[in-house]
Design a protein around this ligand. Structure first.
Ligand SMILES: C[S@@+](CC[C@H](N)C(=O)[O-])C[C@H]1O[C@@H](n2cnc3c(N)ncnc32)[C@H](O)[C@@H]1O
Length: 252
């Protein structure tokens, strides 16, 4: 059983590469990704959706192959006149599609490397008929690299991988490496929402996010946002008796 994903669709994560980020021999950043990229065998319909829908929905210019110089994306040309939001690790995509449907004037970018999650999302996009989503099927840090500074108006981090063992806490999203990259791309005053069921994750979030330059917006920590849609991982946490915590910050 993995200590990040106890969902049965995931096998234990195998870290690859050295245990810290650094630079490869050609100077390109080496980033460890400890999560899972593949899970259960995909159903034929999911394979078909990946083949036909993922390409058109993929945000161009994010991968290193496509943009080795890491030129910033021209969001104004890609999504003229639209505010842009980001969801980090959208899992099965229920919250992402819900937010897209509720906010048709907004363009939402979702990053998720887990292929089975992406396949689930594609099914939901077809069913909901939303057209204001673009995806990066990979590590959100590659997306942060190419987002222009100060342009993203909202970011969601819902039930990030918990990494419960203390020695693995440095793999959590709420570390300065991820947070400073997020802070750079968010617009001044932009909202950053974090939901988690893990008490030590709450502590780390409340300690590390302000250090990266965010200000906490006070509200009862057990109270979900009015436009919240409970995710798959939240439902699992609730079934297993763990309490959701919701935290809001502003880029400041
Ligand atoms: C515990 S799951 C939660 C999924 C979903 N947000 C939910 O609430 O159901 C965490 C997700 O974050 C994704 N993830 C982990 N590291 C990531 C990274 N560096 N970039 C993008 N997604 C990442 C994982 O693949 C996984 O699907």
């Amino acid at each position: 059983m993995s200590d990040t994903h106890d969902d049965e669709s995931r096998a234990p994560g195998e870290p690859h590469g050295p245990d810290s980020d650094g630079a490869g021999p050609d100077g390109t950043p080496w980033r460890n990704f400890y999560g899972r990229i593949h899970g259960k065998t995909l159903r034929p319909g999911q394979k078909e959706a990946l083949e036909s829908d993922l390409g058109p929905l993929t945000l161009p210019g994010v991968s290193r192959e496509e943009n080795p110089e890491r030129r910033p994306l021209d969001l104004g040309a890609l999504f003229p006149g639209r505010p842009v939001w980001v969801e980090i690790g959208f899992g099965g995509g229920e919250h992402l599609v819900h937010m897209a449907a509720r906010n048709p004037q907004v363009q939402i970018l979702g990053a998720e490397p887990f292929v089975n999650g992406i396949a689930m999302l594609l099914g939901k996009i077809r069913a909901a008929g939303v057209e204001n989503l673009a995806l990066h099927p990979g590590d959100v840090r590659d997306l942060f690299d190419v987002l222009p500074e100060g342009r993203i108006e909202k970011a969601f981090l819902n039930y990030p991988d918990p990494w419960p063992k203390r020695r693995h806490h440095r793999r959590r999203f709420v570390n300065q490496g991820y947070l400073t990259a997020l802070h750079r791309v968010l617009a001044p005053g932009a909202e950053f929402r974090v939901a988690t069921d893990i008490p030590s994750y709450v502590e780390q979030t409340l300690r590390e996010v302000p250090k990266a330059g965010f200000t906490r917006v006070e509200h009862p920590i057990g109270e979900a946002w009015p436009d919240w849609l409970s995710t798959r991982y939240e439902q699992k946490a609730l079934r297993e008796g763990r309490d959701p915590h919701y935290m809001t910050f502003r880029q400041a």
